[in-house]
Write a protein that binds this ligand. Structure first.
Ligand SMILES: Nc1ncnc2c1ncn2[C@@H]1O[C@H](COP(=O)(O)OP(=O)(O)OP(=O)(O)O)[C@@H](O)[C@H]1O
Length: 486
């Protein structure tokens, strides 16, 4: 019997396929944090995904966050880890987490991993996937747009105009109307938007996701929309990464299919909050107000990727929860700096029922510039702000001494400011069911005409109540007349 040397034997055989990556194993589990040990040559790089080969209720994937030594990685799980034991095998996937992209995701509701979470079938096996971590487009490839996007919402079009291809956010404390405003914008824009829409539901209630799904179905735009959810009942890892999954889907449509994208994110604060939870779980020292030390870079990592390129436009609308109504909160302050339009919702206005409770003085937009909106619009907006600001200054005096103590000029200013405040309210399409008022859309031209007329004193004698929750000046005139004759 002849014995072949091992070298001869391997020369005779055809080349063997690459062996699978060396499996590692779980060495510690603390909630969502998993420590994994690998052979030294197989330690996965930072941000790579590792599959935990367990027999738990669902697929378990973790993202590497740090290297404890040459063989041990610390990772954050994207699903629940309850029941996971030390010694469970784990295999690096050879790259970062990927999201399914393209045609197949339209009309579907997905989770952070891109798994279908609606009642439909799994995505087709050949669906292309893209890594969720990638750099933002270079400055040379960005094409900032300054085309006005008329929303039909008076106060926004007048004081914080939005841009097609820009980034806008609604800021506000709990229950002041962020979600209602985002839903209204979706209703108004999605139907006339010709591209596709991507919605990221980050850390909010599952019920809201369900309502949105129904809303999209009703308005017939679901087949042009992808919804990605990581809601408040999911682990921090899922809430932290779900925004990137949605962005990856949006980027594919922008870069590969050259389609305009409407990107909606509710709620970006929950992304920051999830990042803070992850940071704490990983044992990093907190920074200001307990936030993660990487707060600014995490926000930039998300926001910088929301960009328009010469081929296609990405218009982003975001909701931002403001904890304890504190606008100096570091996360909120950091987010402000990334936006074109910041729409601030005021609790005092919501308490008075002045919906949408958009604060005329706190809301800003880089588009409110004479070179973009024109000199007349710009001056009018400034005049509206000045009149309302003056009224606010006088409010304490009025509360203490009454209107009678004001000068005639101040009384007139108060009269006009109150009419302006009411003129800037309007009923929404999405609130028809519970307010009983039919929703209205007001063209910018009509908004400007109305404000001009109020400031010029043409409506000083009209009943104040006629201005509340209506549309154009003509409708208000009719209401006022009806009130007098009726
Ligand atoms: N434009 C509006 N017209 C009438 N009512 C409104 C309007 N906006 C908000 N509301 C009232 O305020 C409630 C809370 O609104 P919404 O859920 O949008 O707040 P939110 O800021 O998203 O709250 P949270 O931070 O708790 O999610 C609504 O259920 C509704 O009763």
């Amino acid at each position: 019997m002849s014995v072949q040397s091992s070298a001869e034997a391997s020369a005779d055989r055809p080349a063997a396929p690459e062996p699978p990556p060396e499996p590692g194993q779980v060495v510690a589990v603390r909630g969502s944090v998993i420590d994994l040990r690998f052979p030294e040559s197989a330690l996965p790089p930072l941000f790579d995904a590792v599959e935990i080969l367990w027999d738990g209720p669902e697929r378990l994937v973790a993202e590497v966050q740090s290297h404890l030594d040459a063989r041990t990685a610390r990772a954050i799980a994207l699903q629940g880890t309850s029941g996971l034991r030390r010694g469970t095998p784990a295999r690096p996937t050879g790259g970062p987490l990927t999201a399914p992209v393209g045609e197949a995701v339209l009309g579907r509701l997905l989770d952070v991993m891109g798994l279908a979470r609606d009642d439909g079938p799994e995505l087709p096996p050949g669906t292309p996937r893209s890594p969720i971590h990638r750099p933002p487009p270079s400055l040379a490839r960005r094409s900032p747009r300054r085309d006005l996007l008329e929303t039909g919402i008076k106060v926004i079009d007048l004081l914080a105009p939005m841009a097609r291809g820009g980034k806008a956010a609604m800021f506000g404390g709990a229950g002041v109307g962020k979600t209602v405003l985002v839903m209204e914008l979706i209703r108004k824009m999605v139907e006339r938007h010709t591209g596709i829409s991507v919605f990221a539901g980050i850390g909010e209630r599952s019920r809201e996701g369900q309502e949105l799904w129904e809303e999209m179905k009703r308005s017939g735009v679901l087949d042009r929309t992808a919804l990605v959810f990581g809601q408040m009942n999911e682990p921090p890892g899922a809430r932290w990464r779900v925004g990137l999954t949605a962005l990856t889907i949006a980027e594919h449509f922008r870069d590969e299919e050259m389609l305009d994208v409407l990107l909606l994110m509710d709620n970006v604060f929950r992304f920051v909050q999830a990042g803070a939870e992850v940071s704490g779980l990983l044992g990093r020292l907190p920074s200001r107000v307990g936030y993660q030390p990487t707060l600014a870079s995490e926000i930039a990592e998300l926001e910088e990727r929301v960009a328009s390129t010469p081929g296609a436009v990405v218009t982003a609308i975001q909701a931002v929860y403001v904890p304890a109504d504190d606008f100096s909160d570091p996360a909120v302050a950091e987010l402000f700096s990334h936006l074109d339009s910041s729409i601030v919702l005021s609790r005092a206005m919501a308490a008075e029922g002045l919906y949408p409770a958009v604060d005329p003085l706190g809301s800003t937009s880089s588009l409110l510039d004479p070179l973009v909106v024109g000199e007349a619009h710009y001056r009018l907006a400034e005049e509206v702000r000045k009149t309302i600001a003056h009224y606010r200054e006088l409010q304490d005096v009025i509360a203490l001494l009454g209107m009678e103590e004001l000068s005639a000029a101040d009384r007139l200013a108060v009269r006009r400011a109150r009419r302006l405040q009411r003129f800037l309210t309007q009923p929404f399409l999405v609130t028809e069911a519970f307010t009983g008022h039919g929703g209205v859309s007001v063209p910018l031209e009509e908004t400007l005409k109305g404000c001009r007329a109020i400031l010029d004193g043409q409506c000083d004698d009209w009943a104040e109540s006629a201005f509340f929750m209506t549309g154009t000046l003509d409708q208000i005139r009719e209401r006022d007349r009806a009130g007098r004759t009726g």
